[in-house]
Design a protein around this ligand. Structure first.
Ligand SMILES: Cc1cc2nc3c(=O)[nH]c(=O)nc-3n(C[C@H](O)[C@H](O)[C@H](O)COP(=O)(O)O)c2cc1C
Length: 318
């Protein structure tokens, strides 16, 4: 059914590579967003529940330097306790604002009234109905392979197919897309582009410690669940777990989160302070093994842009 305008990102956001650097609270501040947008894709600032509106203003001034276009990603569940986040974004008028994970209809209505394009991440078909009702401009079909928080109900490819069959809105695919091969696949399926987080985690512009980046370069498997939220006593709604690099601490507590006590929390806190990643968390998606060394955001965008090269019929993209 999709009669998609497959140039939506290019037309609406003025970018040349149909790739959005997903909002990532922590690694994804203004510097990473700026570098991604400067390279021809579209960068977004990730905002966690603790950030005041002034933090968003400061990061936006970095992302938007030299009139560079950027977006902001808010967490819907956090907005009630942090209303100044939405106020800051309404004032800044970024080119795109995503509001995901929780009750986002009200914030989306205010953003739309202010003339700001909106997106939300959906993880199953109930989410799709809610997003259509809220009237977002852009859908992100985010499969369970994705890094950070979200649902683990449906994998990216089946979710993308189900969503594309049910809407004429532009759809981005997210979750486990780490290079030009994945981008080519979702464009062929009918997505207008990809919403990519993990592939940017090793960038020099990502606001992570060198130790965290080394942990990602050494990583293999990921795990999904609530261990690290319970360890940090973060108020994420329980329906949204997180996907992170699987480590000893995750393996020890997965499925036993109710038993985590102050000693377990202190062990995690100390490991975060010491940047020890056999215990501390590293949020990342299933494609994390593709990260092997530090690169620039421009390198990553250039690699993805290989998906756009014209292919000789019958020959694989390479
Ligand atoms: C470290 C990290 C932090 C994230 N923080 C946010 C966030 O603040 N807001 C948000 O909407 N999504 C967040 N996400 C989810 C991403 O927007 C996106 O859905 C995900 O990265 C896509 O999957 P991929 O990592 O396999 O590319 C985060 C993901 C990661 C890896």
């Amino acid at each position: 059914m999709a009669t998609l305008d497959d140039m939506w990102l290019e037309d609406e956001l003025g970018i040349s590579v149909p790739l959005v650097g997903a909002p990532m609270a922590g690694p994804g501040g203004g510097r990473l967003a700026h570098a991604i947008s400067q390279a021809g894709a579209f960068g977004m600032i990730g905002v966690n529940q603790t950030r005041p509106g002034d933090w968003i203003r400061a990061e936006a001034s970095v992302a938007g330097a030299a009139e560079t276009s950027y977006g902001v990603g808010l967490m819907a569940w956090a907005l009630e306790a942090a209303p100044d986040q939405l106020e800051a974004v309404l004032e800044l008028q970024p080119a795109l604002v995503s509001v995901s994970f929780g009750a986002y209809a009200g914030p989306v209505a205010r953003l739309r009234d202010a003339g700001i394009r909106t997106a939300t991440q959906i993880g199953n078909l109930t989410d799709l109905d809610q997003a259509l009702e809220a009237g977002v401009d852009l859908l992100v079909a985010r499969g369970g392979e994705g890094g950070g928080h979200g649902r683990n109900d449906i994998a990216t490819l089946p979710l993308l197919q189900l969503v594309l069959d049910r809407t004429d809105l532009p759809v981005l695919a997210a979750g486990g897309i780490v290079n030009h091969r994945g981008l080519a696949a979702v464009l062929a399926a009918g997505a207008v582009g990809a919403w990519v987080g993990t592939a940017f985690l090793g960038c020099v512009e990502a606001a992570s410690t060198p130790e965290a980046k080394q942990g990602l370069f050494a990583a293999g498997q990921t795990g999904y669940g609530r261990v690290f939220d319970v360890a940090q006593q973060v108020d994420w709604p329980t329906e949204f777990g997180g996907r992170a690099v699987a480590n000893d601490y995750f393996d020890q507590w997965a499925g036993r989160e109710d038993s985590m006590d102050e000693a377990a929390r202190a062990q995690h806190r100390d490991a975060v302070a010491a940047q020890q990643f056999d215990v501390a968390h590293l949020y990342a998606g299933e494609g994390v093994a593709d990260l092997t060394r530090e690169t620039t955001a421009a390198d990553v965008v250039a690699e993805f842009s290989r998906a756009l090269r014209r292919r000789t019929p019958g020959q694989p993209a390479s």
